[in-house]
Design a protein around this ligand. Sequence first.
Ligand SMILES: Nc1nc2c(c(=O)[nH]1)N[C@H]1C(S)=C(S)[C@@H](COP(=O)(O)O)O[C@H]1N2
Ligand SMILES: [Mo]
Length: 232
Amino acid sequence: MSQAFKVEPWKLTISGECDRPITLDYDDLTKMFPLEERIYRLRCVEAWSMVIPWIGFSLADLLKKVAPNSKAKYVAFETLYDPEQMPGQGNRRLGGGIHYPYVEGLRIDEAMNPLTLMSVGLYGKTLPPQNGAPIRLVVPWKYGFKSIKSIVGIKLVEHQPPTTWNQLAAKEYGFYANVNPEHDHPRWSQAGERQITTGGLFTRNRIATLPFNGYGEEVAGLYKGMDLSKYY
Ligand SMILES: Nc1nc2c(c(=O)[nH]1)N[C@H]1C(S)=C(S)[C@@H](COP(=O)(O)O)O[C@H]1N2
Ligand SMILES: [Mo]
């Protein structure tokens, strides 16, 4: 995405299995909810990580506004589809074989967890285009690919929705994608990660990967009784 990437006008529609669907425009995104800063670890599935101070609000606050009904078992997210502004989308080589638009999903209880953030900024500023302007998801206990950027659609659905990386290679990228040092990617270990810092000197700190990226106390209960080597 280039710096000319246009975030205004922007429309984000929240619809599906709910009583009060809404469409938000660019101003609503930053004004509808009080914003807070949250410092989270982000762990990419490709074994690098970063600590990032996000600005945003809980996805739960947004979902409560639309009043999900009893059929809302999952939440499906969709990125803006605009090949002119996002060259990768119209080009098989740049796009890495992905089917666009990028889509992601969460189970409703994961979406309602207080850690699940809708982010509109980082490092005290609005989100730059490459980090998902004007609004993105941040799910800190899951691999980075779950944290979908530049969202235009959020839909409450009854069945588990398709997700981009899972469609590309289901054996490598599961729907759950919880950070799990005991479940290796078929082509590399997930036991450790390369921590990227802004310091330069320390950009190759190798650290141990923690279950649920260190957020187990808050989220392990969501997966009680599930075999995490099967639901990876
Ligand atoms: N729409 C969209 N969202 C996306 C991606 C993408 O290619 N398109 N990449 C994902 C991956 S693999 C990671 S690791 C994070 C990276 O977030 P960052 O670009 O802000 O570092 O975004 C995720 N969200
Ligand atoms: Mo990633």
